[in-house]
Design a protein. Structure first.
Lengths: 115, 116
């Protein structure tokens, strides 16, 4: 079974600084998607960024970028120029393309932004 | 707005009562999901449906039943609610494929369920 692990329950960063959230996953599949979701106190699930496993280029979305290391099964999220509105729970998630497409989440990392 | 709609948003149940959480999506997605999220934790999959008429157990299916009668709707039923089922429940839908543009997973806004 696929598993996703986020080893940092909590992280904090100064406003305008850069922070990196870690995620590792375990799978025997070669084709899959990886996601980072943001969950503010409202509990809404907001897609931050996604990465297709067949793409070697790391995904970027404005201040958010990933470091995708397929061989190491690592998928970290870098947030540049952190803003107060970035404070939230962040979840890493995995879904395979073939067969049962069950989206699997990590345990989450609570990110605090210090003004 | 297009998306995933869950009802009810809030519900308080007494132990032993039954209820059904409703979920509907209007994006013609094949896959639908039910998750629960306990305080300070990630989302755990309860049940998954790959298409109309098919369902599959997830990580925490005990105490729940589901029904996927058509492509749009995927309901979650608690037959005899227990305090351990107090949680926030999320429905989601997707239609992933390499050649689909904008492919992602869409979530409902969550249903807060308290069992006393």
């Amino acid at each position: 079974a696929q598993t996703v692990t986020q080893s940092q329950p909590e992280m904090s960063v100064q406003e305008a600084e850069t922070v990196t959230l870690s995620c590792t996953y375990d799978t025997s599949e070669s084709d899959y998607y990886l996601f980072w979701y943001k969950q503010p106190p409202s509990r809404q699930m907001i897609l931050v960024i996604r990465q297709e496993a067949y793409k070697q280029q790391n995904a970027t979305e404005n201040r958010f970028s990933v470091n995708f290391q397929k061989a190491a099964k690592s998928f970290s999220l870098k947030i540049s120029d952190s803003q107060l509105g970035d404070a939230a729970m962040y979840f890493c998630a995995y879904i395979r393309i073939q067969g049962a497409q069950k989206l699997v989440f990590g345990q989450g990392t609570r990110l605090t932004i210090n003004p | 707005n297009a998306g995933v709609t869950q009802t009810p948003k809030f519900q308080v149940l007494k132990t032993g009562q039954s209820m059904t959480l409703q979920c509907a999506q209007d994006m013609n997605h094949n896959s639908m999901y039910w998750y629960r999220q306990d305080p300070g934790m990630g989302l755990r999959l309860i049940y998954y449906s790959a298409s109309e008429g098919t369902t599959d157990k997830g990580e925490v299916p005990n105490g729940y039943n589901v029904s996927r009668l058509n492509k749009r709707e995927f309901s979650l039923r608690l037959e005899s609610a227990a305090p351990s089922q107090t949680s926030v429940y999320f429905c989601a839908s997707s239609d992933l494929g390499r050649f689909l543009s904008g492919n992602t997973i869409y979530f409902g806004e969550g249903s807060w369920l308290t069992v006393v």
